[in-house]
Design a protein around this ligand. Structure first.
Ligand code: FAD
Length: 439
């Protein structure tokens, strides 16, 4: 990443030396937006974004484009690895609105869902890529690069130790000195130190996942090349996946219930079940996925949680990049649109989250319990409606349907029991974008 600048905050100046116009402003911002009044010191900013994953970089990009002075702080030095399957849903690509051609490894226009015991296989196809596959080191560095090109200042290799939120601003304490900002956006992932030290309650239902990048023989690679594959009925309370990358496969397993199985053993069993045992090369890692927000709390005055730090992962698919990207954008837009007035920022962020995610996440949690908690019911439903349900989840991934459509309409239950129609009305299918063949 050529343009990402390695910066260190200089020691903070005593308060009496901060020019008065940078301290309190009528529009609620403590420090001047870039291009209007420049503060010479890099640690003084409008917004400190902690964490430069998809959530943080998306927030920083939106803020920098709006002309705000943004410090983007991450303990890692980029490009850095991130334990993740790297499956980008169609709706994520649409939200990003960037030319991702350089970082997309493969595109899957087909998704395969296999249910073991009873053995059922369903396949869905769309004209546009259902899932675009990326490697997170390159994808995250690409987003970060977009944010820094837009004007966000990157501080990498800098670990945040705590935040102190006050009436008129926020102090972010790091291993390299303090940052003083009008707002802090916590994009520091599932272990968020910002959320913890700002006083948010703990995340609920943080579950483990194991993922490996494996090299296999060409014929095996070829066998998995066309589709994103999901296997149910093997891992207790969870599923396994195989995602095709350019020259290897990403394979993983997750469970939606903590402590109910040994995931490393489940991973080995899964490899055998799908015929991928004894890979030529394997890099395996485990990490956590937050399947539930923190008591429905996403912001305090001057402190907003986004992405995994907010616990916005889809409880059915455990997919979190789309919510990370979109919540980063929404938090940033709330700050810009409310012109920095803390109560209006909080209300704006909450409203947009509710509209775009929270209603759907509540419905998805309900569906996830039915899907993972009752294998017999799941088998029965899939036998009767497997293709329709697969089409429905694919439409959710494409952004043309919502989980709440399935849960909140009583007619759907009757339809499912009667086996007559799909759980939602037919929706328009997105078309294959121009130039997609070139990727
Ligand atoms: C095994 C596995 C597979 C997955 N597969 C998929 C998938 O295929 N598709 C999908 O959509 N989602 C997937 N997810 C979920 C996805 O990885 C996350 O939801 C997503 O990365 C969240 O993005 P984020 O920006 O909120 O946080 P992160 O990507 O976790 O970024 C947080 C950043 O904060 C930084 N940070 C943390 N603490 C500090 C600190 N104290 N100071 C400074 N910086 C700090 C970190 O270095 C990191 O760069 C998977 C997760 C796992 C575990």
């Amino acid at each position: 990443m050529d343009s990402a600048e390695v910066s260190r905050p200089v020691r903070r100046r005593p308060a009496h030396r901060v020019p008065a116009e940078f301290r309190f402003r009528a529009d609620g911002f403590r420090y001047a937006p870039v291009g209007v009044k420049r503060d010479p010191d890099p640690y003084l900013c409008d917004v400190a974004v902690v964490g430069a994953g998809p959530a943080g970089s998306s927030a920083a990009l939106t803020l920098a484009r709006a002309g705000l002075r943004v410090a983007l702080v991450d303990r890692a030095v980029f490009p850095r690895p991130k334990t993740c399957g790297g499956g980008l849903l169609f709706r994520t690509v649409a939200w990003l609105d960037l030319d991702l051609g350089g970082v997309v490894e493969t595109q899957c226009f087909e998704a395969k869902l296999r249910h073991h015991r009873p053995d059922l296989v369903y396949s869905t196809r769309r004209d546009a890529p259902i899932v675009s596959m990326v490697m997170r080191d390159r994808f995250d560095a690409f987003l970060l690069d977009a944010a820094t090109r837009a004007g966000a200042k990157l501080f990498q290799g800098v670990t945040v130790k705590a935040v102190r939120v006050e009436v008129d601003g926020v102090t972010v304490q790091t291993t390299e000195g303090d940052f003083a900002a009008s707002y802090v956006i916590a994009a520091d992932g599932v272990t968020s130190i910002v959320a913890r030290t700002a006083g948010f309650p703990d995340l609920r239902n943080v579950v483990p996942a194991v993922e490996a990048e494996i090299s296999v023989q060409p014929e095996r690679l070829q066998r998995f090349a066309a589709a994103a594959r999901f296997d149910f009925g093997l891992v207790p309370w969870g599923y396994g996946w195989v995602f095709p990358k350019r020259d290897h496969l990403s394979v993983g397993v997750l469970t939606t219930r903590h402590g109910n199985c040994n995931l490393n053993e489940e991973y080995r069993r899964y490899l055998s079940a799908v015929g991928l045992e004894h890979p030529l090369k394997e890099t395996k890692r485990g990490y956590m996925i937050p399947l539930r927000p923190r008591d429905d709390l996403f912001a305090f005055p001057r402190c907003l949680l986004v992405g995994d730090a907010a616990g916005l992962v889809d409880p059915i698919t455990a997919e979190g990049i789309s919510a990370a990207v979109r919540s980063g954008q929404l938090a940033a837009s709330a700050i810009v649109e409310a012109q920095g007035v803390p109560d209006a920022v909080m209300a704006g962020y909450r409203t947009s989250l509710e509209r775009e995610f929270l209603r759907d996440l509540r419905a998805a949690r309900w569906l996830a319990r039915a899907l993972y908690g009752f294998p017999t019911l799941r088998g029965w439903m899939l036998r009767r409606h497997g293709q329709r349900l697969s089409e429905f989840v694919t439409d959710v991934v494409m952004g043309t349907a919502h989980y709440r459509d399935a849960v909140l309409s009583p007619g759907n239950y009757l339809k499912l029991l009667g086996g007559r129609t799909a759980p939602t009305e037919p929706v328009a299918r997105p078309q294959r974008p121009a130039g997609a063949d070139n990727l």
